[in-house]
Write a protein that binds this ligand. Structure first.
Ligand code: C2E
Ligand code: MG
Ligand code: MG
Ligand code: MG
Length: 282
């Protein structure tokens, strides 16, 4: 009997489905106290204009858990969503970002565009727009400095219910970005229905963009779609000079990636901005 139980246990940990189930359970539990314990913080990845100058940042959340170590957002955001913790986590993220950019503004007299990733669950909260706008006003941050990044995991069925909210945010100057563009299946119909200002080409296109002709044509098509719809097109995951040259040639407006900078803490970000590196030969 004992040996059978052990065998089952061993089996449990060899089964990838079960493993991820257990891992998610650990994540779910550890996440419950993470906000109070200040285990989460934001980092900021610079975005660069077509002229090679600093444009703004994308805010990305980090979790350093004493129990689980560094857990990447790809691993814990989905768990926060399914375990009902996203409303609270989402607000924590927004408030952290606003606090950080206000602090940089007050201490260094620096102002720049900031993009915040939104989980679809946040958009489905009935009072999200009211909440977001009241936080903006409380911190005295104008919406024109803010972009909300949404992914294509938003379902077509959900669009009618989020549209009024998106239009309210836009009336305060907030811009909307379609993140990871090109990876989902509903891209084009979503673009037609949503008031999107910016497309972010998914980084899965970057590797192939240098060598692979069909990947280049995909990027070219995305740029063309963006231009025709009067949207800015941003390339994410730019790691090499060759990619940058190709993407510039294809007409991307802005760039983000390790080639320019990794996501930085606020101190490193201030240093990055004040050094005002220019990345292109002029
Ligand atoms: P994303 O919004 O598409 O963010 C871009 C991801 O690519 C980030 O990973 C960033 O660190 C990474 N990255 C940037 N440049 C490069 C590069 O040159 N090469 C490579 N290989 N990677 C690069 P990260 O920070 O691990 O975030 C992963 C995803 O988790 C994000 O994808 C976003 O969907 C989600 N996420 C991150 N922070 C937040 C947040 O505050 N709220 C929500 N709702 N989701 C977030
Ligand atoms: Mg993003
Ligand atoms: Mg992305
Ligand atoms: Mg992504």
């Amino acid at each position: 009997y004992e040996s059978k139980r052990l065998k089952n246990r061993a089996h449990l940990f060899q089964n990838p489905m079960q493993d991820s189930y257990l891992r998610n359970l650990h994540i779910e539990q550890a996440l419950r106290g993470a906000l109070e314990n200040h285990e989460l913080y934001m980092v900021y990845q610079p975005q660069i204009t077509g002229n090679g100058t600093f444009y703004g940042v994308e805010a990305l959340v980090r979790w350093n858990s004493p129990v689980l170590g560094n857990v990447p957002p790809d691993a814990f955001i989905p768990v926060a969503e399914t375990s009902g913790q996203m409303p609270r986590l989402g607000r924590y993220i927004i408030e952290s970002v606003f606090r950080d950019i206000k602090k940089i503004q007050n201490t260094h007299q620096l102002m720049f565009y900031t993009s915040i990733n939104l989980s679809v669950r946040q958009l489905l909260e009935a009072d999200f727009a009211t909440y977001f706008i009241s936080r903006m006003q409380k911190e005295n941050i104008s919406g024109v400095w803010l972009t909300l990044e949404i992914t294509e995991s938003l379902l077509i069925e959900d669009i009618p219910s989020v549209l009024p909210l998106l239009h309210t945010l836009k009336s305060y100057g907030v811009q909307l970005s379609m993140d990871d563009f090109g990876t989902g299946y509903s891209s084009l119909s979503m673009l037609r229905m949503l008031p999107i200002d910016e497309l972010k080409i998914d980084k899965s296109f970057m590797d192939a963009a240098v060598a692979d002709r069909s990947a280049q044509q995909m990027v070219q098509s995305i740029v063309t779609i963006g231009k025709n719809l009067e949207m800015d097109v941003v390339a994410e995951g730019v790691e090499t000079r060759e990619q940058l040259e190709m993407l510039t040639h294809l007409g991307c407006d802005r760039f983000q990636g390790y080639y320019f900078a990794r996501p930085l803490d606020t101190e490193a970000l201030v240093q990055f901005i004040t050094e005002q590196q220019t990345f292109f030969d002029t």
